[in-house]
Write a protein of this length. Structure first.
Length: 211
């Protein structure tokens, strides 16, 4: 601990082979805090799960809990499958890593979407509309957009979003900036374009490099 504290260039890579690895690494983090060691810490998490989906859950549980507690500055994910045919691409691992960092507010690198689960009050095709909005806004780094099916629960569920797209009637959409209504009862046929205009009006829009 004394050597680490004296070496400001050292980066700590924390890994545990214990069955309960998260608690083991958390204990290390507490020791670092108690000894006032402020070197950056990379959490290393390996997976032996047989599928990519199971590995994703493993990565999120093992690293996300630490990052949410304020422990760690980055993560390094690895796969060690017995079944070599399931080995994922580096692109997938990077996507999972950036997703965990964004979800824990450790590093914001992409657009964030907040969507309700849909219910009997939903006034439009939530999945189709979300996909459409994502297709034109997914290059806006750090912007939080809420897509809510109805005006009843939507405003409460999207309280921390920067902008909101909320169903307010059959074929009608109300747009929000934060908690404030800015455009009410817009025809759904033009609502996505109006959302883009709202983003532009508030300096939250940049042109996509792929455009």
């Amino acid at each position: 601990m004394t050597k680490l504290k004296a070496d400001k260039q050292a980066v700590i890579c924390a890994n545990s082979n214990n069955k309960n690895a998260l608690q083991s690494i958390r204990r290390l983090m507490v020791e670092l805090v108690d000894n006032d060691v402020r070197n950056p810490v990379i959490i290393i998490c390996d997976s032996n799960d047989a599928t990519n989906d199971a590995s994703l859950i493993h990565y999120a549980a093992e690293t996300g809990g630490l990052l949410l507690d304020g422990f760690g500055d980055g993560i390094c994910l690895g796969h060690h499958f017995n079944n070599k045919s399931v080995k994922p691409e580096l692109k997938l691992l990077n996507s999972i890593a950036f997703g965990i960092l964004q979800a824990t507010r450790t590093r914001i690198s992409k657009t964030e979407y907040i969507s309700c689960p849909s219910c009997g009050r939903t006034l439009f095709d939530l999945q189709q509309t979300t996909a459409r909005i994502r297709s034109v806004t997914n290059h806006l780094k750090g912007v939080k957009i809420a897509i809510m099916g109805c005006i009843v629960n939507g405003p409460g569920e999207m309280a921390d979003a920067d902008f909101g797209y909320v169903g307010s009637g059959v074929g009608k959409i109300t747009l929000y900036k934060g908690k404030e209504v800015v455009k009410r009862n817009i025809d759904s046929a033009v609502a996505v374009n109006e959302l883009i205009n709202l983003l532009k009006e508030n300096d939250a829009w940049v042109e996509s490099k792929e455009a």
